[in-house]
Design a protein around this ligand. Structure first.
Ligand SMILES: Nc1ncnc2c1ncn2[C@@H]1O[C@H](COP(=O)(O)OP(=O)(O)OP(=O)(O)O)[C@@H](O)[C@H]1O
Ligand SMILES: O=P(O)(O)OC[C@H]1O[C@H](OP(=O)(O)OP(=O)(O)O)[C@H](O)[C@@H]1O
Ligand SMILES: [Mg+2]
Length: 280
């Protein structure tokens, strides 16, 4: 199986990291075209995020990681298998602060600079607006100031770039995040399914902790109220005395309040271990 992942840019490191967590490590550090992994049946194809939908659709790679925006822009017919939770951004239409444009409808007859010409064309066509698309390949925010466009269609996440360039959002067009995509002919293959299970297991486990503790048997009901767990806690008898060992999965965000409550009602020997994979 060949997995295409971005060779540069914002999605590159997080993609490698996610694969590492899912047990797939890239063997060679050189960024060759196709690189083997610790798994004999898996190779990595390093490519531009923008090209990955095409490579997956034509079978050069079986699966790939890229931005959902890139999938939509490419128009390729690939299967989106998983949302990956990183590379989150919004594709927005923005204009200079002092522009007269209040709503998208005011853009009729105007020029829009973007790296997303297909999405832009489709969007304005559906709205019945006649605009001129000015294609740029980056640093789109400059376009209104150098006089080549009246508005831009570009990605924003923290909003910093829009702010420092004195631009305001008129409309949100698309929400994007990194996705795992597959060629439609291979979605049912064992390796592809195994990859989905592995990555899903990693995503499910994010922030989840395995909590173990010893409790006096008579506080079990109270403990269950504090930590219900996935399907109720696992309860085991401790060999000596009237103690129980309780194991339960909790989200790390809840630990702050949970631990104090558990301690207060008599839980002790509390151990907390991060969970690497969680497959429901
Ligand atoms: N500000 C952002 N916040 C979060 N994700 C982003 C942001 N900008 C881009 N992305 C995501 O990362 C993907 C790749 O963007 P990136 O900037 O890394 O490469 P690029 O600009 O398309 O390529 P190039 O390196 O050729 O300029 C985008 O398609 C989008 O899905
Ligand atoms: O809301 P923010 O956090 O400021 O992010 C938005 C910026 O991020 C992306 O550019 P990138 O940094 O990838 O540079 P590029 O134009 O070279 O692709 C995007 O095109 C915006 O310019
Ligand atoms: Mg970019």
């Amino acid at each position: 199986m060949i997995i295409a992942i971005p060779n540069k840019g914002r999605l590159s490191e997080p993609s490698l990291e996610l694969l590492r967590e899912a047990g797939i490590r890239v063997e060679s550090s050189e960024r060759k075209l196709i690189v083997p992994t610790n798994n004999q049946r898996i190779n990595i194809l390093f490519a531009r995020a923008r090209d990955i939908p095409h490579y997956v659709a034509n079978g050069s790679a079986d699966v790939g990681i890229t931005g959902y925006d890139m999938v939509v822009e490419s128009g390729e017919d690939v299967k989106v298998l998983l949302k990956l939770g990183f590379g989150k951004a919004k594709l927005v239409i923005a204009v200079p602060m002092n522009s007269d444009v209040k709503a998208v409808e005011d853009l009729d007859g105007k020029r829009i600079a973007t790296e997303f010409k297909n999405i832009a064309k489709r969007y304005f066509k559906e709205k019945g607006l006649n605009v001129k698309i000015v294609e740029v390949s980056g640093a789109c925010e400059n376009a209104p100031y150098i006089g080549i466009a009246d508005a831009i269609l570009d990605l924003t996440s923290t909003g910093t770039t829009l702010r420092v360039n004195n631009l305001r959002v008129v409309e949100e067009v698309l929400e994007t995040e990194a996705v795992l995509i597959a060629n439609r002919n291979v979605v049912n293959e064992f390796e592809v399914k195994a990859l989905v299970t592995s990555i899903q297991g990693v995503l499910n486990a994010k922030g989840m902790m395995y909590l173990m503790m010893n409790i006096p048997a008579d506080i079990l009901d109270e403990v269950k109220r504090i930590v219900p767990g996935l399907k109720g806690p696992t309860v085991m008898k401790v060999e000596n005395g009237n103690m129980l060992a309780v194991h339960v999965v909790v989200h790390e965000d809840r630990l702050f309040e949970i631990l104090e409550k558990l301690k207060k009602i008599g839980a002790r020997d509390i151990l907390i271990i991060p969970i690497q994979r969680l497959i429901y």
